[in-house]
Design a binder for this molecule. Structure first.
Ligand code: ASP
Ligand code: MG
Length: 462
């Protein structure tokens, strides 16, 4: 068995679902279990509908519901046989009637709880998985549609629920292998339920997580994450187009990249698969011939010290200085308590005896944070900063990397440096205005020569 996960853009239209069907059909003998996201931007649209309901904008939410039904119906009708149309219409009616009731109920209450957010956003994956299963049948595959809420059991932290692994794995192990032996199993990502059957979700982008949980639960040979890029690249394509594809990367490196903004993979995805030593592949559903990126448990031998350069934009650098704290203890504690009270997480930290520099990416509570910090220190904020993060297992074994890095970015003013927190990365902060220049220089320095075992230049769209 393998798990194949297709994201929202891979199932956004009839044509996209047809492409997915041919990808799956070509791998039928591997006994695929298919996990799908909601079609296109459906999750956002459902959340907008909930918000409109709370505002009491009845014409608005009714219109949006109507449009969303139209969208699903229009795309789905193109990929079902004539005699499936009645079944499709009936299912769409059922789902949208229920959803409309729910939305109207919310409008009456005027209050949106995490539990009702989950109830509403679950419709995206419920619809997409049903439609994809019907479509697969139309394209000649025997399919079994499984309601993910009967398999993935979580706690009740709505909108961000955590799986209860032993229950979930037991259910998956019992139900999926016999089904997959004869048919292509299709289920929705992202959605789950509590032990009492109340619908929950795993958090935005959670379908990758579902794929990994399912893969671990059934002991899949491989987990394939099909998306709309060729895999992980040596540089963020929105900053530097024309990076090279990274063919293989370790779990630890991939997680590091994900934390630092690589959009390709949800960081939590990695955990269940890693624990069971199941390789994860990132593949492009628009270019299935490209071999993608293989994420494996063990380190990947490579003569380049850096595997990829990740970036995180729109961060603020907070410089905190207090001479009063010289030789006193408790300074760091007091600082971090302030950030904790404002529920703002700190990404990078550098300290000296009397000052601390740190970065945050959530600037919502910045004013309140500064006010509290100013009670015992001087604070200077620099917004419009970016973190550049070089990732590679080999960084720790390669002498002289830091000097190569800082020589390469010499014309750029480096604001803060962190190495050592993780042995796999070297991160520093520059002004956003300098980001492109810095990444270009680093890419030139570290990827002019490529280890062909790990990198592939051909086939990457520049
Ligand atoms: N549909 C959900 C979202 O948009 C989950 C996912 O696509 O992974 O966040
Ligand atoms: Mg995603």
């Amino acid at each position: 068995m393998i798990v194949m996960k297709f994201g929202g853009s891979s199932v956004e239209s009839a044509a996209a679902i047809e492409r997915v069907a041919s990808i799956v059909r070509a791998r039928a003998e591997l006994r695929p279990v298919v996990v799908v996201s909601a079609m296109g931007k459906t999750t956002n649209r459902l959340l907008a509908i909930a918000a409109a309901a709370i505002r009491g904008s009845r014409p608005e939410y009714l219109m949006q519901l109507h449009d969303l039904r139209d969208y699903h119906s229009r795309e789905a009708r193109q990929i079902v046989t004539l005699d499936q149309r009645a079944e499709l219409d009936r299912a769409l009616d059922e789902h949208f009637q229920e959803l409309t009731e729910l939305v109207k109920g919310l409008a009456v209450l005027g209050e949106l709880t995490p539990r009702s957010i989950d109830a509403i956003s679950s419709y995206g994956e419920r619809l997409s998985s049903y439609i994809v299963a019907l479509g697969f049948r139309h394209f000649g595959m025997e399919t079994a549609h499984v309601d993910a809420r009967r398999m993935i059991i979580t706690d009740d932290r709505h909108t961000q629920a955590a799986p209860l692994y032993s229950e979930t794995y037991a259910k998956l192990r019992e139900a999926i292998p016999p089904l997959a032996a004869e048919r292509v199993v299709v289920m929705g990502g992202f959605i789950a339920a509590t032990a009492h059957g109340v619908t929950t979700t795993l958090g935005r982008g959670g379908s990758d997580f579902t794929a990994s949980i399912v893969g671990a639960g059934i002991g899949a040979k491989e987990i394939q994450i099909w998306t709309d890029v060729d895999g992980m690249l040596t540089a963020d394509p929105t900053i530097l187009p024309g990076g090279h594809r990274v063919k293989a990367i370790s779990f630890a490196e991939a997680a590091e990249l994900a934390y630092f903004g690589a959009k390709v993979l949800h960081p939590a995805t990695v955990v269940p698969a890693m624990e069971r030593n199941i390789p994860v592949l990132i593949l492009n559903s628009r270019r299935p011939q490209v071999a993608g990126t293989r994420i494996v448990a063990e380190a990947v031998a490579c003569s380049n010290p850096v595997k990829s350069i990740a970036c995180k934009r729109r961060i603020a650098l907070v410089n905190i200085h207090s001479t009063r704290m010289l030789m006193a203890h408790g300074f760091l504690k007091r600082i971090f308590e302030v950030f904790d009270r404002h529920k703002t997480s700190v990404d990078m930290v550098a300290t000296s005896e009397v000052s601390v520099s740190l970065t945050i990416d959530n600037l919502e509570r910045l004013d309140g944070i500064c006010e509290e910090l100013r009670a015992f220190s001087e604070v200077a904020i620099e917004e419009n900063q970016a973190i550049v993060c070089l990732v590679g297992d080999n960084l720790r074994f390669t002498p002289g990397v830091a000097s190569r890095v800082f020589r390469a970015v010499e014309p750029v003013n480096v604001r803060m440096i962190s190495q050592g927190a993780s042995l796999l990365n070297l991160s520093f902060v520059v002004a956003e205005a300098d980001l492109k220049r810095a990444v270009e220089a680093l890419h030139e320095e570290f990827f002019s020569e490529l280890d062909p075992r790990v990198f592939e230049t051909n086939g990457v769209a520049a």
